[in-house]
Ligand binder design. Structure first.
Ligand code: DGJ
Length: 555
């Protein structure tokens, strides 16, 4: 009996200790980084607010319920240095406290975006007392020696001031939120990097640029040579693979100003690493940076922020900023998938804090990108930017996509890294094939909107598909059983881990039971619509012959 109570006590202490752990990243047995909140894997079905929305609780008032209606579980929103520390050393936490309180009331988690020394390269969110004191807080300069509107990355004084304010923020979060775990991550600065030039031309920067490349970076390159971006390694080799020398001597500027950009990157990363290290001493939750990505038509640093955490500089950031948990990327690229691949290396967890360029006329792609990113890349989360924009009414399909994803989250986190979960997403008019070892799954896109979804293999011959806008047929790759028949097709959802069938699909709604799965299971294609996001389970019957591919499909 005594032993029983002792075990019970230990178990209680263990569970209590775990519940008290702040949000953190933990790699599962397949090596996939998962965000643990309240001791459980958490996936962010998120949205990022427009820049100024979270500056007052008044402007936030109508937003909370709208976000709930869209089925978000997490909101990304800015906290600015100028509002937090309007006078040096005097902090105003009213907005932070208010945001956390409201988020709790609405059962939403928050990711704070620390708009400190830089936001999109420039320094508009730094407090007045910082901006007006150009002696203490110098600017970066152009070749003519004129100030640019960007605070200097080389200023130790700025680094300390920014870190002090950020640490005050983290202390406050810890004080009021340690048990609530409302704030689950923080982004440090926003899309940093220098615009308009490849490197800072101030006298201090020119001197630093001529100094030796830091030994820590060289060691990192030597130790990880095989996984460093070939572009960096090749330039290093082409310049004699020296272990001593200046940035120019080691990397040259022949490859799109590589030396300039690596120099800038090192210093941005070192600065932000200091802010993260200090912040984590106060409250140790995941901290990340976000990138203005390199658009293929603008590959020159300075056209995009030089030295930011872009895919070319990933290795430099990983070497210089070990306290930064990962590099996120604002993925507005036309080739969305290619950008995800560029960041999916060296163990960098995937998180897309901004996507879907409303200003480019893209108003519809959030559901597809959410499904694809979360399934194909085991992502920590996904967020369309400007989720409080009028475009996102409560009828926007992203709400339906999030409703379905939310239903699937327990399954999704279980499949992280197993290789049994894959995404699909229509790009232009192309159809697509998703491959498993023994099955090819053909996605036929013939709906009047973008098709997308995910596939999870539940058992050898059982699959779950979810999404919208695709006709799906299975093709066996097993030599002895090259045919596939479809067993029962069930549309439904999960309730506390148990499957509930809402409709058995057959006949017209299932290509007569021989062609495959229609997502959604409609009679006429005109009956389909972007809000009809569904989940379907199918048991396949492998046969000796008689595969019905898309050629045999009967509408
Ligand atoms: C990228 C920035 O990171 C955001 O803060 C916002 O300014 C968007 N661009 C605007 O589309």
């Amino acid at each position: 009996m005594k032993k029983f109570f002792y075990t019970l006590l230990l178990l209680t202490v263990f569970l209590f200790a775990n519940a008290q752990q702040p949000p953190q990243l933990v790699r599962n047995k397949h090596g996939v980084a998962q965000l643990m909140v309240d001791g459980k894997p958490y996936v962010m079905l998120a949205g990022e607010l427009m820049n100024s929305t979270s500056s007052t609780l008044e402007s936030m008032a109508p937003v909370w319920q709208r976000m709930k209606n869209l089925n978000l579980n997490t909101l990304l929103l800015s906290v600015s240095w100028e509002q937090l520390e309007p006078e040096e050393g005097k902090y105003d936490f009213s907005i932070v406290d208010g945001l956390i309180g409201e988020a709790r009331q609405h059962d939403l988690k928050l990711v704070f975006l620390w708009f400190g020394s830089w936001k999109n390269g420039s320094s508009g969110y730094a407090p007045h007392w910082v901006l007006r004191d150009t002696k203490r807080f110098p600017r970066m300069k152009n070749k003519e020696g004129e100030n640019r509107p960007y605070l200097s990355i080389l200023s130790e004084e700025l680094m300390k001031a920014d870190a002090r304010a950020y640490t005050a923020l983290m202390n406050r979060i810890k004080e009021i939120d340690r048990n609530g775990q409302t704030v689950i991550m923080c982004q440090i600065e926003n899309e940093v990097g220098l615009l308009g030039d490849t490197r800072d031309r101030s006298v201090q920067a020119e001197n630093q640029f001529r100094q030796q490349v830091p030994a820590d970076l060289i060691k990192h390159l030597q130790k990880n040579e095989k996984r460093i971006l070939p572009e960096i390694i090749n330039e290093w080799k082409a310049n004699g693979k020296k272990t001593n020398g200046s940035w120019l001597e080691l990397f040259g500027n022949g490859c799109n100003h590589l030396a300039d950009e690596m120099f800038m990157s090192w210093h941005y990363a070192r600065f932000i690493n200091h802010v993260a290290t200090e912040g984590k001493k106060a409250y140790n939750i995941p901290m990340f940076v976000n990138a203005w990505i390199i658009f293929p038509h603008e590959p020159t640093p300075g056209l995009y922020p030089s030295g930011g955490p872009n895919s070319r500089m990933l290795d430099v950031w990983q070497a210089a900023a070990p306290s930064v948990d990962f590099l996120a990327f604002d993925n507005y690229a036309e080739d969305y998938i290619a950008q995800c691949h560029l960041y999916n290396r060296n163990g960098n967890p995937i998180f897309v804090p901004e996507a879907v360029g409303l200003w480019m006329g893209d108003k519809e792609s959030a559901p597809a990108k959410a499904f694809y990113t979360l399934s194909e890349f085991n992502a920590l989360g996904f967020a369309p930017f400007g989720i409080d924009n009028a475009i996102y009414t409560e009828n926007h399909p992203v709400g339906d996509a999030y409703r379905v994803l939310n239903n699937l989250l327990p399954l999704i986190v279980k499949e992280h890294g197993t290789g049994q979960m894959k995404g699909f997403m229509q790009q232009k008019d192309q159809n697509e094939v998703v491959s498993f070892k023994d099955y090819d799954i053909h996605m036929n896109y013939r709906y009047p909107y973008q098709g997308y979804g995910l596939v999870i293999r539940l058992a050898d011959d059982e699959f779950l598909v979810a999404g919208n806008g695709a006709d799906i047929s299975f093709h066996s790759k097993i030599k002895s059983l090259p045919g596939v028949s479809y067993g029962t097709l069930q549309e439904g959802y999960f309730v506390d881990g148990e499957w509930k069938t809402t409709k058995y699909l057959g006949g017209d709604e299932a290509m007569q039971g021989i062609g495959g799965i229609k997502l959604p299971g409609v009679y006429l294609y005109e009956d389909a619509n972007p809000n009809a996001v569904t989940i379907v389970r199918v048991k396949l019957i492998p046969t000796e012959s008689g595969t019905y591919g898309e050629k045999n499909m009967v509408d």
